[in-house]
Design a protein around this ligand. Structure first.
Ligand code: CP3
Length: 333
């Protein structure tokens, strides 16, 4: 068993595995090199040879315990024929959602559109760099994908006015998402993904009373599906106030915490394995501070099954030497 699987399934606490959200990405010069000659981000994700190469780039450099497939949560709206673009200094930009068009997409059509992702996972899992390590497949949670599909861009602090006005549309989309997210998850697993992470990056935008409808229930359906395939599932409901309640209701195999929550409180309140927490901005400071903050998390979770990670993705301006230092600190402690 891999050390992450040991942490999640056997609740071992003696070794702390590490991988990082956005470990493949713009902070690596070798990624920026490829990106320069590939201005279309969606096409880059659909080039299985390049996307598998990018996935492996951080494993070439660092002693990481998992690879996360280089792709994006917005490949699912793309698979559902909603146009998605990534603009520099703006982020994702989606076309107006067309329900009729989306409802016409069938499973065969969807898989054809996303097939290179599955091929990329196969390549990665056959590479010697991932031998004995986990391969993390992922999806966006239904709520976060709904946000992008209706809002058509990152919401920053708030949703567009009238976001909730069309109940019928919202329910249809959530239904479609549940169906196709399961398909996407299953194909990633069949291609070699050994863990699934569910990113709910905009869970924090919802009021408490709306969490059951948009977060708890749709996520629970996916979590139960992944568990039925005998694969661990890690949830990241970023920004929610009550991680304890989320864990009680959704009960994933492990929970990724964000950098705004107090890890000591999490240790007290949460029984399941924990992942992440360290503020990615810490990697922009100096080694002394990185060490101090890293040891803080390792210390708090020393007797708890814990996978070291950040409280959100590695930032583009991060110096790769600091990432190396962080990993070394975790491995040597
Ligand atoms: O290394 C990895 O973690 C794997 C690849 C990965 C990407 N996106 C690549 C990417 C993963 C797991 C994601 C998830 C993702 N994508 C999330 C959930 C996690 C989170 O950040 O909250 C979200 C919300 C998205 C949507 C998305 N994709 C945004 C908002 C942006 C633009 C902002 C940004 O960070 O650049 C992207 C683009 C994106 N996805 C890039 C990468 C490497 C940058 C593309 C570029 O080079 O311009």
């Amino acid at each position: 068993m891999t050390i992450i699987q040991n942490t999640i399934k056997d609740k071992q606490t003696s070794t702390k595995p590490i991988w990082l959200m956005r470990q493949a990405g713009r902070y690596l010069p070798e990624f920026r090199d490829i990106r320069k000659s590939n201005p279309d981000f969606i096409n880059l994700c659909l080039d299985y040879s390049l996307s598998s190469k990018i996935t492996l780039q951080p494993l070439e450099r660092f002693n990481l315990d998992a690879a996360i497939i280089f792709s994006d949560i917005l490949m699912v709206p793309y698979g559902l024929r909603q146009k998605v673009e990534f603009k520099e200094n703006f982020g994702p930009k989606l076309d107006e959602l067309n329900l009729k068009e989306i409802l016409r997409v069938d499973e065969i059509d969807f898989i054809k559109r996303l097939f290179p992702i599955y091929k990329s996972i196969k390549e990665v899992s056959n590479n010697k760099l991932t031998k004995g390590k986990d391969i993390i497949g992922f999806v966006g949670a239904p709520w976060t994908l709904l946000v992008y599909m209706i809002n058509k861009k990152s919401p920053k602090d708030d949703l567009i006015k009238g976001f909730f006005k069309d109940d019928f549309l919202i329910n249809r989309i959530l239904n479609v998402l549940e169906k196709f997210l399961k398909i996407h998850i299953e194909h990633q697993i069949n291609s070699g993904a050994t863990i699934i992470q569910i990113f709910d990056s905009w869970a924090g935008l919802l009021k408490e009373k709306d969490l059951p409808n948009y977060v708890y229930i749709p996520t629970l359906n996916l979590v139960n599906f992944v568990k039925s395939l005998n694969i661990p599932v890690i949830c990241f409901p970023k920004g929610i106030k009550d991680y304890k309640k989320f864990c009680e209701i959704v009960n994933p195999s492990a929970i990724n915490i964000d950098y705004t929550v107090d890890p000591s409180l999490i240790l007290k309140e949460i029984k399941i394995p924990v992942q992440g927490g360290l503020d990615p901005k810490i990697l922009l400071t100096d080694k002394e501070n990185i060490k101090k903050e890293t040891l803080k998390y390792l210390n708090i979770f020393k007797d708890h099954p814990y996978i070291f990670n950040l409280g959100h993705g590695v930032m583009p301006q991060t110096n790769p030497d600091m990432v190396e230092y962080l990993i070394k600190t975790v491995k040597e402690s």
